[in-house]
Design a protein around this ligand. Structure first.
Ligand code: ADP
Ligand code: MG
Length: 618
C-alpha cells in the first residue's frame, strides 16, 4: 500500500484517537476521550464552519458538530470522542478511495501517448507530442487536437476552441492565424509552426482530465445531499420536540447522534469513485460520475461500424481504373489530408511515392473528400458524394467498401477496401443482449457491407448510408420513444451523436480526438469486449448506492425511535450509528473489485429489459 504523507498523518491521528477512546472506555476515564474530540473533531468543526460561510451549505458536518458539542455539554465526552473518531475513519476511507482512483486514472492517461505528425525535410513522421520543439513544422489532420500553440503556415480550417474559451461555435482560421494547444481541428487539414514546446500543454490536459473525473455532479450525489439536508432538519426537530415533551436533554442528544447522515453523504461518492477506479484498471476512462449513473439506465447501445466493430485498419484489395497510376497518385495525395481510416489505408498502400500539393481541401463528413490538384478538381468518396456532383457511378454487390474517384466531374476509377471485424465483436453483442440491451448498427457505409457485418455478429437493427446528422437523428428519435441511448464510435462523424446520446463512449486509441472530447467515457485500449463489464458495473453502482442508503436510513430510523423512547443513551447510539456508517462505506468500496459475472446476466434475464432499467434501482 502506497500512502502519501497526508494519508499517513491521518492514519496516525485516527489510531491515536481510537486508542484514546477505547482506553477511556476501559478505564472509565472520560478525560482520555478528549484527545479524540480534539484530534478528529476540530477538522470536522472547521469544515462545517467553512462550508456554511462559503456556500451557505447545511450538511452532515453541522449535525455532527452539534452532536459532538451537545454530548460534551451534557458530560458525555466519550460519546463525543467516538462520533468524531468514526466520522474521521469514514472520511478517510472515502478520501482514500478517491485518491487511489485519481492515481489509477493518471496512470491510464500517461499510458496513452499523444502523437502528432512532424514534417522534416519533406518527410512526415509521427512523434510523441512531448518531443515537439519550438519552430517545428507540424501537420494537423481533421479531428485531431492541436498539439502545441503555433501559427498556421499552410491550409485553412475551422477550429473548435470550446476547451479554451467555452465558445462552442467553430472559428475559421487560415495562414498567419494563431492556433492553441488542446483546441480541436474540425474539418480542414493544415500545417503549422509551433511557437511553444508542448511540455506544459500536455500536462495541462492530463490535469484537466483527472480533475474532471469527480463524482460531485452526479445526480445521485446531489440527491443524497438533498436527503442529508432534510435529515438534518428532521433530526433537529425531533430532538427539540422530544425535549419539550420529556425534558430529558440526554434523549435529544442521542437523537442528534444517531441521526447524523454520515452514511448518506459518504456512501455515494465512495461507490462512484470505487467504480471509476475499477474501470480505470480495465482501461476505461470515465470523465464524470453522472454518465456512470446514466449508463445504469441505458437500454440501447448504438454502434458505429468502421473503427468500432471493425479494427478500422482497412486494406486496399482492388484498384479498378483505366489509368491506375494516375488515379492512385491523385487519390493518395488527396487522402493524405484526411484522418479517416479508409484514407490512411489508401495512403499507406501508396507509400513511398511522391504526393501532389492540394488546394481547397474539403471534407464531406460521412461521404468523402475533395480538393484541387494542379487546377483539376478531384472528388473521392461514396456513391452519395459523387451523385451529389451529378457523377454517375455503379456500386458493386460486395462486402467491400468502395471509394469512387472523379477528376473534373469525370469518373476515373475506384478502389475497394476490406476491413476485419474485431475478434470479440460477436461475443460483445451477444453479452450485451444477455444484459437486455438493444444493439443497433449505424454506419455511413453502403447497405451491402453493413448487412453482411450485421448478419455475422447478429445485430438485427441496421441503418446504413448514414450521414452524421442521420446518426444523430436516429438517437434523438429513440430517445423520444423512451430509450436511454449510449453511442459508441470513433470518428469525427460520430462526435455529434456522441454528444446527443445519453452516454457517449469513444474509442480512445483509434478514435479521433474530437470523438474522445465529445464522449463521456473513453475505451483507452479500444477493447469493446469490456462494454458488458461497463454496463454491469454501472447498474451495480446504482444498486449498491441504493442498498447502502436504504440500510443506513433503516438503522438510523430504528435508532432514532429507540432514542426518543429513551432506550438508547448517546454512547450506544453513537456506536450503532457509526458501525452502520462504516459498514456502508466499506460495502460501497467493494465496487473496486467488481467483475461482471453470471449473476448479472441472470438478473437481467429475470427482470427483462424495461424492468432491468426501472429496477436498476432496487
Ligand atoms: P462509419 O459510419 O462506418 O464509421 P463514415 O461515416 O466515416 O463510416 O464514412 C462513411 C462512408 O463515407 C465511407 O464508407 C466512405 O465510403 C465515405 N468516406 C468517408 N470518409 C472518406 C474519405 N476520407 N475518403 C473516401 N471516402 C470516405
Ligand atoms: Mg467510424
Amino acid at each position: 500500500m502506497n500512502l502519501t504523507q497526508n494519508e499517513k498523518k491521518d492514519i496516525l491521528l485516527i489510531v491515536i484517537s481510537i486508542i484514546s477512546v477505547i482506553s477511556s472506555f476501559i478505564l472509565s476515564f472520560d478525560y482520555l476521550a478528549w484527545i479524540a474530540v480534539l484530534l478528529c473533531g476540530i477538522p470536522i468543526f472547521k469544515e462545517c464552519v467553512e462550508g456554511m460561510i462559503a456556500e451557505f451549505d447545511i450538511k452532515a458536518d453541522l449535525l455532527v458538530t452539534i452532536a459532538i458539542v451537545a454530548s460534551i455539554i451534557i458530560g458525555e465526552v466519550f460519546a463525543a470522542g467516538e462520533i468524531a473518531t468514526i466520522m474521521a475513519i469514514g472520511g478517510f476511507l472515502e478520501e482514500y478511495t478517491v485518491s487511489k482512483t485519481r492515481e489509477k486514472i493518471e496512470k491510464l492517461v500517461k499510458m496513452t501517448p499523444q502523437v502528432t505528425t512532424i514534417i522534416k525535410n519533406g518527410i512526415e513522421k509521427r512523434i510523441p507530442v512531448e518531443k515537439v520543439e519550438i519552430g517545428d513544422i507540424l501537420k494537423v489532420l481533421p479531428g485531431e487536437s492541436i498539439p502545441t500553440d503555433g501559427v498556421i503556415v499552410n491550409g485553412k480550417t475551422s477550429i473548435d476552441q470550446a476547451t479554451l474559451t467555452g465558445e462552442s461555435l467553430p472559428v475559421d482560421k487560415s495562414v498567419g492565424d494563431e492556433v492553441y494547444s488542446g483546441t480541436i481541428n474540425l474539418y480542414g487539414s493544415f500545417t503549422m509552426k509551433s511557437t511553444k514546446s508542448s511540455k506544459d500543454s500536455s500536462i495541462q490536459k492530463l490535469i484537466r482530465l483527472v480533475e474532471s473525473s469527480s463524482p460531485e455532479n452526479a445526480n445521485i450525489v446531489r440527491q443524497a445531499d438533498k436527503w442529508a439536508t432534510m435529515i438534518v432538519v428532521i433530526a433537529f426537530t425531533a430532538a427539540v420536540l422530544t425535549y419539550l415533551f420529556t425534558f430529558e436533554i440526554i434523549r435529544s442528544v442521542t437523537i442528534l447522534v444517531v441521526f447524523c447522515p454520515c452514511a448518506l453523504v459518504l456512501a455515494t461518492p465512495t461507490a462512484i469513485m470505487a467504480s471509476i477506479g475499477n474501470l480505470a484498471r480495465y482501461g476505461i476512462l470515465v470523465k464524470d460520475g453522472e454518465s456512470l449513473e446514466e449508463l445504469a439506465y441505458v437500454s440501447e447501445l448504438v454502434f458505429d461500424k468502421t473503427g468500432t466493430l471493425t479494427y478500422g485498419i482497412p486494406k486496399v484489395v482492388n484498384v479498378v481504373s483505366k489509368n491506375p497510376e494516375e488515379m492512385m497518385y491523385l487519390l493518395a495525395s488527396l487522402e493524405s489530408r484526411s484522418e479517416h481510416p479508409l484514407a490512411k489505408a489508401i495512403v499507406s498502400y501508396y507509400k513511398g511515392n511522391e504526393l501532389a500539393e492540394i488546394d481547397e481541401f474539403e471534407m464531406h463528413l460521412g461521404m468523402g473528400v475533395s480538393g484541387n490538384i494542379s487546377g483539376s478538381k478531384i472528388i473521392a468518396g461514396n456513391k452519395k458524394l459523387l451523385n451529389s456532383q451529378n457523377i454517375e457511378v455503379v456500386e458493386e454487390k460486395t462486402n467491400k467498401t468502395e471509394i469512387f474517384v472523379a477528376k473534373d466531374s469525370e469518373y476515373i476509377g475506384k478502389v475497394q477496401l476490406a476491413d476485419t471485424l474485431r475478434e470479440n465483436s460477436k461475443e460483445t453483442i451477444r453479452n450485451l443482449k444477455r444484459l437486455r440491451v438493444k444493439t443497433t448498427l449505424l454506419t455511413g457505409d453502403n447497405e451491402k457491407t453493413a448487412e453482411l457485418i450485421a448478419n455475422e455478429i447478429k445485430i438485427r437493427n441496421v441503418i446504413s448510408n448514414c450521414l452524421p446528422e442521420d446518426k444523430m437523428e436516429y438517437i434523438k428519435n429513440e430517445q423520444l420513444l423512451g430509450h436511454k441511448v449510449a453511442m459508441i464510435g470513433d470518428g469525427i462523424n460520430d462526435a455529434p451523436s456522441l454528444k446527443k446520446a445519453n452516454v457517449g463512449i469513444a474509442m480512445g486509441d483509434i478514435g479521433s480526438d474530437v470523438s474522445v472530447e465529445a464522449a463521456n467515457i473513453a475505451l483507452i485500449n479500444d477493447n469493446i469486449g469490456d462494454l458488458p463489464h461497463l454496463i454491469g458495473i454501472a447498474r451495480k453502482t446504482v444498486r449498491t448506492i441504493n442498498i447502502a442508503i436504504t440500510f443506513a436510513l433503516i438503522v438510523n430510523i430504528l435508532a432514532m425511535g429507540l432514542a426518543i423512547l429513551g432506550i438508547l443513551n448517546p454512547i450506544e447510539g453513537a456506536l450503532i450509528h457509526n458501525i452502520g456508517s462504516v459498514i456502508v462505506i466499506v460495502y460501497s468500496a467493494t465496487l473496486t473489485n467488481y467483475k461482471i459475472s453470471k449473476k448479472d446476466y441472470t438478473r437481467a434475464k429475470k427482470l427483462g429489459i424495461t424492468k432491468t432499467i426501472n429496477k436498476a434501482m432496487t
